[in-house]
Design a protein. Sequence first.
Length: 554
Amino acid sequence: MKNKFFQLRLALFLGIFFIYSQAIRAQEENTEGQEATYIHGDFQTDAQYYFYDPKIGPKFKEKVGNNTYLNLLYDRGNLSGGIRFENFQPALLGYDKRLNGTGIPFRFVNYRWKDLSVTLGNFYEQFGNGLIYRSYWEWGLGFDNSVDGVRLRYNILEGIHLKAFAGKQRFYFDKSPGIVRGIDAEFSLNELIPKYEFSPYRVTLGLGAVSKYQADDNPSYKLPENVSAISSRIKLNHNNFSLEGEYAWKSQDPGETNNNSYRYGNALLLNGVYTTKGFGISLGAKRIDNFDFRSSRNANLNDLLINYLPPLTPQHTYRLATLYPYATQPQGEMGIQSDIFYNAPEGSLLGGSTGTNFAINYSRINDIHRDSLFGGARDVIRFKSPFLEAGKKTLYQNLSVEMSKKLNSSMKLICTYIFIEASKQAVQGIDTKSDIFSHIGVADLSWKFKPKHTLRWELQHLYTKQHYNSWAMFLMEYQIGSHYFAAIYDEYNYGNEKKDKRFHYPGATIGYTRGTVRISISGGRQRAGVFCVGGVCRVVPASSGVSASIIASF
């Protein structure tokens, strides 16, 4: 009865919203010199019908899964607002079952007056690099940690930008038990100091603070009810060079994810970039120590994260390279990353007659060094860790080299080699006794054999002696103009030690795109794995079935 009442209210709301928007548009057609009204948004539905496949998985109670959302946004002058309707009935495999249901978990209204912006309802925000606060929405992960409350943005002076907010985070179709509050200030020195306004050196400073409140309800521990995190950052730019750094500190925050440790937390992130014509290089480094920050001390996995810890590892897109992604380790990691890009010009030794592009990435993440502490009141801290000393344990290492070359006017070739070392700790959900060492090769060839007709082939191979051993993959994609596309593919775990587990994972996709609408239908097997976006991951079980997806914006 409750669900029917909700659906009736939703239908009534959408109907009134549509009629109102049409009335506004009709009025504007007959009115000149007034502010325009815009109604826009986007929509996506992903549905799958599951087949029972005894070779790769158990029977599923639910034969059909569906994830759907609709965003409706309104803009008129200084006033804007919107809602997002979501439907998971039930959620697709791999998504948290607490998403199952229907509701409007995101709605807001915003008003801008001169240099002041006020938002009531749900919002997304970020302070600096996100070390102490970032709220965002990632549909592919089923992740949404928006805050429901109030947010202010105010430009006090030219070059001083303030942000402040307070509220509770979304927790599936509910709210977090803790209250989150924050304030951030950013200063552009070139705007504040007139004589440096046109200087080639650009300097930006930032300061942020975030706190959470949650009542102490644990009889076994004396838990801090207010937990604070602060950060400072700097960004320098000069012509082709930029350098930025951010340091953050967090007060005692015992909880589920750190085994109720009273240890203080800290995080450091550094990035430098240099670019010139045909060449670019970036260097990054980070250190994280006990910096898991949530609005509930009892939360784990991806629940109620207040902050975001950049992974500092490449986000691979080729299928076999995604077998072993990296999940950020908030309890302790130290890492470095370097990217080099070089465009060898036409006529050079490396460039040949058409020029060649090269991209090299190296990244390595280690555990932090830990010295155990025993005796006295320091037991609750558990260990000490020298700030600049890395641990001996390698959590993740990546070396990738990519060469992209146009062979002639109709053909382009991309060749990639990737080496990945990953520990079980860093690749959650992988059952293996030792670290994984994998070598991946990819050949990606595109051929535009006639106007508006393009064929693309991918050949991928992964060699490893750990986990499920070696894999091979083939993909062929056919694109007709900008509207039609089709693809077939097959992943084959031919190296599995258990011969009866050497499965093929074939599949096919057809689709149609027109304007802002994209429709696709797929069918086949999907292997089990870990799907990650920016170091935040979810486990995807193996399945067989047919799926359909519709994406549209208006």
